[in-house]
Design a protein around this ligand. Sequence first.
Ligand code: IMP
Ligand code: MG
Length: 181
Amino acid sequence: MTQNVEKVLISQEELAKITEKLGKQITEDYKDSKKPIICIVILKGSLLFAADLIRHIDLPLELEFMKVSSYGAGTKNSGEIKIHLDLMREHLEKYNLIIIEDIVDSGRTLARLTQLLKNRNANSVKTCTLLDKPSRREVDFVPDYCGRTIPDEFVIGYGLDYDEKYRNLPYVGVLKPEVYS
Ligand code: IMP
Ligand code: MG
């Protein structure tokens, strides 16, 4: 598996520091809010990130999952996002929602999800992404919390996949371009 990795972009140690920092920042920002948090984990890519992040959020918190897709086997965004698993919750006005995502690319997925959940009258909706590739943005979207800004390279590992593989790498790596070209 590692033979297809060109380089390690973010090591396990760095990932641990990033999740700790973000978790503490979220704790600080929400500590005076009277409403509990629902962390919405976007499957499947943000599973590992979310698991590490929520252990650093020292506040009442509930966990939910959504599954959306914008990518198939390729590395190019197909445009529209599709909701495969929706949030099975009512009375979102009682909660502060934090959407947890692995990576922001064109920005379409999180721009759409944020709007959708705001339309359901959540008390607040914020986004927390491990990675951001701002140079790839196609819509006006800025995440509220971001672990690391990265250049326009296709990354894998720590939950992120190429064609459903490499999610189990413990670090974030750059895939060798010959694997997908
Ligand atoms: P967006 O809607 O274009 O922002 O797409 C974000 C989604 O694209 C992420 O949740 C990932 O599933 C996928 N994605 C974007 N860039 C990468 C990458 O470098 N590696 C793996 N998945 C990626
Ligand atoms: Mg994803």
